[in-house]
Design a protein around this ligand. Structure first.
Ligand code: T46
Length: 130
């Protein structure tokens, strides 16, 4: 049951005078989280990612700044997402090649469906294409 990358709208509560809150409740997430990690201070000339996952599913959120996320699915479909609002996330299904670029102030939070397992990574693009 193959799924497509999709934008998730977490929505926000509040207003400019009080500030905002967004919540990742289970109704909004396509899986039950097992791990959360975050990346930050990525230089603007660095591209991260360059891998796919056998089984891992994730949701990426730009908690601050801007992330440009490019995804190639396992049937060759290409997606680009600009994440620049902390009330939005992108669901990345399993078996998608991804690259990410960041603004200097970007803080990326990743909600992951599995614990870290290096053997779940496909880091060779030619193997991903097979
Ligand atoms: C992904 C994108 C969006 C760990 O030891 N534990 C962890 O949970 C993670 C995520 C990473 N690591 C180690 C593995 C590497 O030695 O941290 C180092 C950097 O990881 P990587 O080169 O995979 O970093 P990114 O930013 O290219 O990819 C990460 C995730 O690994 C990946 O699953 O989809 O963020």
């Amino acid at each position: 049951n193959y799924k497509k990358p999709t934008l998730i709208d977490f929505s926000r509560t509040g207003d400019r005078s009080t500030g905002y809150i967004s919540i990742a409740e289970k109704e909004k997430l396509p899986f039950v989280p097992k791990r959360i990690y975050w990346t930050y201070f990525t230089p603007e000339d660095v591209v991260r990612g360059f891998h796919s996952h056998h089984n891992l599913e994730q949701v990426l959120i730009a908690m601050a700044g801007k992330i440009t996320l490019n995804i190639e699915t396992n049937d060759g479909e290409l997606f680009e997402f600009i994440l620049d609002s902390p009330d939005k996330g992108v669901y990345i299904p399993k078996q998608c090649w991804r690259t990410m670029k960041y603004s200097h102030n970007a803080v990326q939070m990743c909600i992951a469906s599995m614990e870290y397992d290096e053997s779940d990574y496909i880091r060779d693009y030619s193997l991903f294409k097979k």
